[in-house]
Design a protein around this ligand. Structure first.
Ligand code: G6P
Ligand code: MG
Length: 222
């Protein structure tokens, strides 16, 4: 297939905020006396704020009211926003901006596909908000990854079929979402690979449309 669209996850793909989410959730879990490790965190990457909170509460056998859930999410988010307060253009992961600029110049349509409600403000801080043709984020989604809703919405917004789009993801939940929606799923992972991805790369440094097309072609079903 010829690549006509590229759908970018944000946290962990465009910017290294996955680790900041962990620090903020860890602090909340400590306060609630619920054990929470980096391994636990990795399993929750890509999921919505509410999903993540509910998983943590469940692991601690803690039941709370909806009102308390909202307060806990707000607390986590305030801490998270404090941690990422100084985010700037220098925090874009290697190769990402160069790839986005090349894709735009060659007419490939681009959409940001994040579960985060902070996506637009983060993209603005790092100076690339205006480089996407569309943004689908936690503010306009009903279902959290691994549901494919985010990517389906994005492909519709770009006017493309899923089979003409590549998804860039650092989380298993996102890879699962991409695959079940019929997209080509490229895993971005510095440590090991995402097991359900069509293909994996460590990062997007030196990535180009030609290289991307070659990766897609080499994994295309016969
Ligand atoms: C991203 C991250 C998740 C995070 C979710 C919600 O997709 O990968 O780990 O839980 O967005 O983020 P938010 O900034 O809205 O709390
Ligand atoms: Mg991510």
């Amino acid at each position: 297939m010829k690549i006509l669209g590229c759908l970018f996850d944000m946290d962990g793909v465009i910017v290294d905020t996955a680790k900041h989410h962990y620090i903020a959730w860890k602090s909340l879990a400590d306060e609630l006396a619920i054990p929470f490790t980096e391994v636990d965190n990795n399993a929750l990457k890509g999921r919505s704020r509410l999903d993540r909170l509910e998983c943590i509460l469940r692991s601690g056998n803690l039941e709370v009211s909806s009102k308390t859930k909202i307060e806990l999410m707000e607390k986590k988010n305030q801490l998270y926003l404090k941690i990422i307060d100084s985010l700037g253009p220098g925090d874009i992961r290697p190769g990402v901006k160069e790839l986005i600029l090349e894709l735009r110049q060659k007419g490939v349509r681009l959409c940001l596909c994040s579960s985060s409600k902070n996506a637009s403000s983060i993209l603005k801080s790092i100076g690339i908000l205006n480089l996407f043709d569309g943004i689908v984020d936690g503010n306009n989604l009903m279902l959290s990854k691994p549901d494919p809703e985010v990517f389906i919405k994005a492909s519709k917004l770009l006017g493309l079929t899923p089979s003409a789009c590549v998804v860039f993801e650092d989380a298993e939940s996102g890879i699962e979402a991409a695959r079940s929606g019929g997209f080509f799923a490229l895993g971005i992972s510095a440590e090991g690979s995402l097991k359900n991805a069509h293909a994996n790369v460590k990062d997007l440094a030196h990535m180009s449309l030609d290289k991307l097309q070659a990766i897609v072609d080499s994994h295309a079903p016969n």
